[in-house]
Design a protein around this ligand. Sequence first.
Ligand code: ADP
Ligand code: MG
Length: 334
Amino acid sequence: MIELHELTKHYGDTLAVDRLSFRVPQGQVTGFLGPNGAGKSTTMRMILGLDHPTAGRVTLDGRPYDRIDEPLRFIGALLEAKAVHPGRTAYDHLLWLAQSNRLPRRRVDEVLEVVGLTPVARKRARGFSLGMGQRLGIASALLGDPEILMFDEPVNGLDPEGILWIRNLMKGLAADGRTVFVSSHLMSEMALTADHLVVIGRGRLLADLPMADFIRQNSRSAVRLRTPQPEQLLAALDGAGLRAAPGPDGSWEVEDGDLAALGELAAEHRITLHELSPQQASLEEAFMQMTADAVQYHAGDGGQRPDAPAPSPDAAPAWGADWQARGGRKQEER
Ligand code: ADP
Ligand code: MG
């Protein structure tokens, strides 16, 4: 279990991490999602004790990192910056790590096998592809057989096979009962990997919820209608007990509407339709909207911006209430 309490980090004038509080429990993959610059790597470095928080704290199973003996047996991490001497072989790199952490030599062979680097174990790291380097970093993380594993953007630049491999590895580690915390700036990747989702934007917590909930709440569909007779259309919909919300370019959208039934309704009322189309919001769109709102919120000076566009009814997915509740609370603290 990783726990963050009001974790905050300033770099000069930059507020990289802003009062982050959340928990990463064991036995599942927790995805840490945010656009570039959101503060993911900074947070992960603080979890590892590589960077000191300006305020707040992190505990690992109740203890701060610097009170853990033999940390490699407790937490393993793959960070963005690779720390492998290019002239060293994969085997020597891992052996050096194992020896400096009093881990048995056999672990080196075991982790090389797990990450599939046994055939190139005696090759120097400078000749490694990005994918091989990533596997070596993961081997280092696994060396101490730790309970907690953390991966910072592990699939960046990998080919589909490497991505699938890492995804399955993380799921396997979680299925073993370990704590797995993985960052990404790609919603699509998180949706396929994580059981739980923590979203940040500009250092702030935007959402903390089970992935299944995020998917359910953001997989809503709507039917878009466009007509030169909007008044008749709205009256017909009203008569059928349906509500429409204004869509883009003068269109109307019926949430969870039935395409065929809406077409028949229009025909029945002799309403000309210029468009009758299904609309599906993607998870990526939901994520972008969530973080775009955070950017707007931060751009404001106190949250109330006179030039802020009025939110359109269809632009507020179901997580909005929860997020707004959080945002609202944060705003009051200001
Ligand atoms: P992410 O990993 O989500 O892309 P980072 O944690 O790398 O985000 O960065 C968060 C913010 O903190 C960015 O604005 C970044 O420029 C800034 N930052 C990160 N590390 C440093 C540093 N060592 N010195 C100054 N600013 C930093
Ligand atoms: Mg990063």
